[in-house]
Design a protein around this ligand. Sequence first.
Ligand code: NCD
Ligand code: ZN
Ligand code: ZN
Length: 348
Amino acid sequence: MTTHSITITQPDDWHLHLRDGDILNSVAPFTAKQFQRAIVMPNLVPAVTTVTQAVAYLDRILAAVEGTDFEPLMTLYLTDNTSAEEITAARKSCFIKGVKLYPAGATTNSDEGVTDIRRCYPALEEMQRAGLPLLVHGEVTDSSIDVFDREKVFIDRVLAPLIDTFPELKIVFEHITTADAVDFVLAVGPLIGATVTAHHLIYNRNAMFEGGIRPHHYCLPVLKREKHRQALLKAIASANPKFFLGTDSAPHAKHRKESDCGCAGIFSAPFAIELYATVFEMIDALDKLEAFASYHGPDFYGLPRNNGTITLQKVAHRVPESYPLADQSIVPLMAGQSIPWQLVPAND
Ligand code: NCD
Ligand code: ZN
Ligand code: ZN
């Protein structure tokens, strides 16, 4: 039987970039209309490294989504100098839900990131004590390592030893892209979870080179081989609670993507939940969408599941070629293409 509509508990996005200023105002409403909450990444310039900065950023986000009941879940950006005291302050704040590890130089706005994880031990010890999760961009930055192998090498060199040193630390392995990451997450204990993006489920690395170079399919970690995409699909279809929704929607203006040195990041926020529904339907697992999108994340973070619901209907619609972004424009994922599912607006 063909499903024409589904209603699920309102989902959350456990990995999101909202940026700041005019860009924040342009992109935040897309997320607020689908998701109840989102873990907001702290890689602004300058980075959100203190509770004071996080409060101010929270206020700016709330102003950008005024009139909605969207709840931003804030994070701190881990640096070599993050003190145990700052972590204590974060725990006491109640609105900071994680601390983000960017290896220095690994991705967009990671210059202030960690150069050597051992420098972070005082902060990590306090996070372990406080039950504050570490959110990880899991790629090594060693330029001698092939870009397609950086996640796997990160597991061996950084993540596995880190778990040995801090066995009680909650860790989210963000935007996993490989069979190696899936296997690793399955092999370790229940304190390690992982987010999975829509784009890594939809595309393999060929999508970056289809008929020419495709900057809007470039993100980090970079898209991988088909066998890795298949492993991600198998992971979400298994309904294992370690895997949950994190779009990694990462807006960059059109001209900054279509450039001789284009930025990494895919903008999937406008139709994120529709894209995940499309993927789950494609693998005949639509009945597993709700747990992935709405249960596993809050359960992992120790937060309540949402009370509200959203409805998606099977109505094909075309994704716009671009959207305004402050005084520029931005190209969404699947621009100009048709998506089979559509979110029913809340007040219909
Ligand atoms: C993200 C961004 O643009 O902030 N880019 C990306 O390609 N995913 C950073 C990140 O999540 O690594
Ligand atoms: Zn990242
Ligand atoms: Zn990200």
